[in-house]
Design a protein around this ligand. Sequence first.
Ligand code: GLP
Length: 261
Amino acid sequence: MEIVICPTASEAGKLGAAAIAALLQRQPEAVLGLATGSSPLHIYDELAARCQAGEVSFAQAKGFSLDEYVGLPSDHPETYHNVIRRDFVHRVDFDDSGVHGPDGLAADIPAFCASYEEAIAATGGVDLQILGIGTDGHIGFNEPGSSLASRTRIKTLTKQTRIDNARFFGGDIDQVPTHCITQGLGTIMAARHVVLVASGTAKAEAVHQLAEGPVSALWPATILQHHPHVTVLLDEAAAGRLQLTGYYRETYASKPAWQGL
Ligand code: GLP
């Protein structure tokens, strides 16, 4: 796991965007794993700017979202289907029909989840998965207690996550759905490269656990310690509880340029 501590969240986002742009340059039809939330917004801002400047194209790429609320009407502005389009897909030259996400209104949720796994596999799998992290260490919506081998399925959101996300629902936790469909930890682990971005002091403990804690279902993101290619992009605040910061800084500063992220 590579930890990169940046002066600001914006710098972290620029590094993440550069990794995605480099991937698309070598592989224009790459499959991207897309994450909602505030964490990846700097990545999306930078990619939108690069796309407008003609430096990167998503025209041949495909995307799979991590998760979706269960039961929100399709025209609700906070469905992740709509959020990812507003925050990213419609700001670049992505073909809308090439961007998939869990169906939070599926009549048969287990059957839908199986078909989502098959759809990801049919493309050859995710080349680069963008991730945020919850304050409780969730990735996607894999809350504490999630099976470390889980695949796409329905989950119950924790009260903490619903409190965290109430800001998108007028500050009213009762408006936040209680259930979601999320790619599992096993699904996320199948991505070839994982780029996790986190900023702010609220994420510092989750980031410490992610990189330095024991692998445990209590902090689901810790499963990423078993992944061979994870890049963690942090601002100073999110790095505030890490123990080996000196080593991470030295490692990144002396990294051979050819290595990339
Ligand atoms: C949300 C999403 C995650 C996201 C996380 C953190 O609930 N399901 O994909 O990474 O929680 O959100 P934010 O980036 O807004 O802090």
